[in-house]
Write a protein that binds this ligand. Structure first.
Ligand SMILES: *Cc1c(COP(=O)(O)O)cnc(C)c1O
Length: 397
């Protein structure tokens, strides 16, 4: 069998994730592998947990990365917190909310779905209605930043409502962590999961999670064992949390992805250096610049203004334009990746990501210039120069 080393083509990643990974993070990944029980590695793990608490804005002791992608963070929350027979209210306004419902079913729970239109935030009064009609519900689950549509829900209000009705919350923050304000403690969120490859700009494959004391108490009080061996927190914590529980020694659960954790550590060090509020503001300002340019190209945003995510811009495909052909041209000619629509929005929108290290001025100008040029070639006349000036003016503000 003949094969040679894989050399990825140069790309600019402006889709729904992964985002561009900073060279510092790639360099961290290439450092020598050491044992996952080495005391030097344990010290790095402790610092990593502290950095994750900083990013989540929480003091939760149980804050750690799951050794698998964002979807495994989702599953960790559901398999640990949902017991057979538990009624769980799931707010669905896109692809990832629908996956939460599926997770409830597989954990043996009974989902009660609150449906919101795709492209809109979760409606708090519909959640409240459902909470009133289902006083036996134990949990409320929703997606903070719905990457499939670009809608941001009011996580603070939704979590407060859930608490008022004595429900725990499970919140998907895969795309919000590091990109939009997220206050796990101040908003009273009980279980939250994220991903390494979106606004943290790390390589894909890790899922930071955080559980409140209330959530952990529910896990400890389970009548039935967690249905997943790998994700059972009672077992995982023997590795990740030994030192927080009276200084015991870490014990083997699974071999931690040592180098991937170096990379996440580096990505979080960079976030702390920038300051998380500054990162939120950078995402917001760059979104405004991209939006100014897109509108100057004659394109329309899908999500209404107050519900828009800065890091994921859903743009309507103009009539008569083949959306897949545009993406192929952008990739082939400009090495630029943008995302397609998913589910109900497939074929109708592009999803342009400005996540983490991808959220910078040069990417905005590349995207507007490339998109304007491809659209013109395909018969949608657009003034690329005006779009670039509009974005530059917004960037200069
Ligand atoms: C990307 C994403 C996920 C899944 O993360 P993976 O790392 O792809 O498993 C879950 N929820 C949201 C909102 C996402 O954007």
């Amino acid at each position: 069998m003949h094969a040679s080393s894989f050399q990825p083509p140069p790309r600019t990643l402006m889709g729904p994730g992964p985002a561009d990974v900073h060279p510092r993070v790639l360099a961290a990944l290439a450092r020598p592998t050491i044992g996952h029980l080495d005391p030097a590695f344990s010290a790095m793990m402790e610092e990593l947990k502290g950095l994750l608490r900083y990013a989540f804005r929480t003091d939760n002791t149980l804050t750690m990365p799951v050794s698998a992608p964002g979807s495994a963070g989702m599953e960790t929350c559901f398999v640990n917190l949902v017991e057979p027979g538990d009624k769980v209210i799931v707010c669905v306004n896109g692809v990832f909310g629908a996956r939460m419902r599926e997770n409830v079913l597989r954990a043996g729970g009974t989902p009660v779905v609150v449906e919101d239109p795709w492209g809109r935030a979760v409606n708090p009064s519909m959640l409240e209605d459902t909470l009133q009609r289902h006083p036996d519900a134990r949990l409320v689950a929703f997606v903070h930043a719905e990457t499939s549509t670009g809608a941001c829900s009011d996580a603070k209000t939704l979590a407060e409502l859930a608490r008022t009705y004595d429900c725990l919350t499970i919140v998907d923050a895969v795309t919000s962590l590091g990109g939009s304000p997220l206050e796990v403690d101040a908003w009273g969120i009980d279980a939250v999961y994220a991903g390494s490859q979106k606004c943290l700009s790390c390589t894909p494959g890790l899922a930071p999670v955080s559980f409140s004391e209330r959530a952990l108490a529910k896990v400890k009080a389970r009548q039935t064992p967690v249905r997943s061996w790998f994700m059972d927190l009672n077992l995982v914590l023997g590795y990740w949390q030994a030192s927080d529980c009276g200084g015991g020694r870490r014990s083997y659960h699974h071999t931690a992805p040592v180098n991937a954790l170096y990379a996440l550590h580096e990505a979080l060090v960079m976030l702390a250096e920038e300051g998380i509020e500054n990162a939120w503001e950078r995402h917001r300002n760059n979104h405004l610049a991209l939006r100014a340019g897109l509108e100057a190209l004659g394109l329309e945003m899908v999500v209404p203004e107050p519900e828009r995510l800065p890091q994921l811009n859903a743009v309507a495909v103009p009539g008569g334009i083949d959306e897949a052909a545009v993406r192929s041209r952008l990739l082939a000619t400009y090495n630029l990746e943008i995302g397609a629509g998913l589910g109900a929005l497939a074929g109708k929108v592009w999803r342009i990501g400005l996540m983490g290290w991808s959220s910078r001025a040069e990417n905005i100008l590349l995207c507007l210039g490339a998109l304007g040029s491809v659209l013109n070639d395909m018969g949608h006349s657009a003034d690329t120069g005006v779009a670039l000036s509009a974005a530059q003016a917004a960037l200069g503000r």
